[in-house]
Design a protein around this ligand. Sequence first.
Ligand SMILES: Cc1cc2nc3c(=O)[nH]c(=O)nc-3n(C[C@H](O)[C@H](O)[C@H](O)COP(=O)(O)O)c2cc1C
Length: 398
Amino acid sequence: LVTTEDGIDAWLARKAARRLGAIHAPGDLRAAARRALPRMVFDYVDGGAGGEATLRANRAALDAIGLLPSGLRDVSVVDTSRELFGQKLALPVIVGPTGLASASWPRGEIALARAAHHAGIPFVLANAGSVAPEDVAAAAPGHAWFQLYPPPDMAAGREWVGRIKAAGFSALEVTIDVPVPGMRLRDTRNGFAIPFKWTPAKLWDVAQRPQWALAMLRHGAPQPYLTLDAPKNGAAGRTQSEARRHRFSPNLSWRLLEEIRRMWTGPLVLKGVMDPRIIEQAAVIGYDGVVISNHGGRQLDGAPASITMLPECVDAARGRLKLLVDGGFVSGIDVLRAIALGADAVQLGRAPVYALATAGEAGVAHYLRLLAADIANAMALCGASRLAEIDAALVRRI
Ligand SMILES: Cc1cc2nc3c(=O)[nH]c(=O)nc-3n(C[C@H](O)[C@H](O)[C@H](O)COP(=O)(O)O)c2cc1C
């Protein structure tokens, strides 16, 4: 029996948590998310650009990488930790930025941040999120990173960077692969667009996911691009002029990236790099890392798989900056595939969002526990007690 307002949230969370009993592997969560979300929201998360060739390539390229199993090594203790930017992470993994996470679960960014923090790894808050940065930084002390789309109006950009710094975020990722949005055809077909307009088809879609609908009714429909306009302690409406500040910059320049380098004293990472020449220049202007990424196949359909570019990027970096990679990563063996090819860490996009959609913070915590066990298991089977022992000598075509 539900008697109080909070009771409804607790009841929804309990019902969702029960779904986790059937989730035994990191790869189980996509199907669970499909059952939890309205079709248009699932497609927003799951989809890629155009014909989704790059989305499929990310997965296919990972699946083609084999790692040699090895015995006769002492793997009675396996250490999955890795140092990154002077901090020890429990896993070589970062929960990456995904806009509109609150469409998968109310205040989803907070749930992702808390679960990452408790797992001992960073969470990157997307500036296309719906929750105030101060609330996220407080939810993941020491593990909160921020992702920025530099706005065309750099006066706003300067103000934002100041706010992010003051909130206590430790690292900044600047995304450079969205000069214009990609052609996300599932969203176009579903009418999942801003401004959002209800149609009978969309009402029908939502009606089939009553638990999701109830949660959203309780907390209000999520607003994209609210992060940097949201007041502390809870979201609120924003004005049209505020919304207008959130545009992609079709004319991002190295000059601007240098200006951001001067403003941000902590670890600074360029996200959305596929071209090794960009890594060369990023090292020259003093960036600390890059995320090799094709945006999960959501931008240029026809881009190669990000893991395919990793070896060339390792050569270009020459040890000067840290190499993170994302695109298609789900399981422990996936993470080791990237580590073996020279990545310092892997960033996750969809995988934790599927977990979030399934059961909120409990879902993400469950996924990260499964992933940690999966990484340790795969390391032991490869004969490695430390990540440093996972290297290119283990890699073969599967
Ligand atoms: C629903 C969704 C929203 C995303 N929003 C952002 C964003 O706001 N900023 C950003 O830099 N990347 C964003 N990304 C890209 C992810 O950070 C990441 O590059 C990509 O999802 C990695 O691929 P994977 O989902 O296969 O792991 C988003 C991805 C998804 C799936």
